[in-house]
Design a protein around this ligand. Structure first.
Ligand code: NI
Length: 170
């Protein structure tokens, strides 16, 4: 396994919709293992494949992030099939380091997809898990949290973020 480089905004791969997986081969298994290691190393509670530069519909989530893997979800070709309720909460993203913003998301979601071997799975989540599921599935659709804020906040973000990157010499 290997810790991969996490792509940062405004990398183009983050704003492109990922391609569904149809081969559950060793290459996919390696990608998933590397994504899990990269998520725990960050540390983060979720990671989408395009965040490591691979435009495939794969995400990993562990809202406990304890490295015990007891609450680890591997999602291949996930889709949200049901949403309920709404709440506002502060959210960040490994691809936009140092930035958090309040985002409105559904309280509860039901997700259908496949596991790493192509078997159908269904996950029902609420609270932080529901939020992580929506955040990662957004990534797979090429949507970042800054696409979910208002235009004025987004313009402010772009100016501020660009300035900070210049200051930090990136
Ligand atoms: Ni993210």
């Amino acid at each position: 396994m290997a810790v991969l480089e996490i792509k940062k905004y405004p990398d183009k791969v983050l704003s492109e919709k990922t391609t569904p997986v149809n081969e559950f081969d060793s290459e996919l298994q390696k990608l998933i293992d590397d994504m899990i290691e990269t998520m725990y190393a960050a540390p983060g509670i979720g990671l989408a494949a395009n965040q490591v530069g691979v435009s495939k519909r794969v995400a990993v989530i562990d809202v406990n992030a304890t490295d015990e893997k007891s609450s680890l979800f591997v999602l291949v070709n996930p889709e949200i099939v049901h949403k309920e309720g709404a709440n506002d909460s502060e959210e960040g993203c490994l691809s936009i380091p140092g930035y958090t913003t309040v985002i409105k998301r559904a309280d509860e979601v039901k997700v259908e997809g496949l596991d790493r071997h192509g078997r159908p799975i269904e996950i029902e989540g609420s609270g932080l898990l529901a939020r992580a599921l929506q955040h990662e599935i957004d990534h797979l659709d090429g949507v970042l949290l800054i696409d979910r804020i208002g235009r004025i906040k987004r313009e402010f973000f772009k100016k501020r973020y660009a300035k900070e990157k210049i200051l930090s010499g990136e």
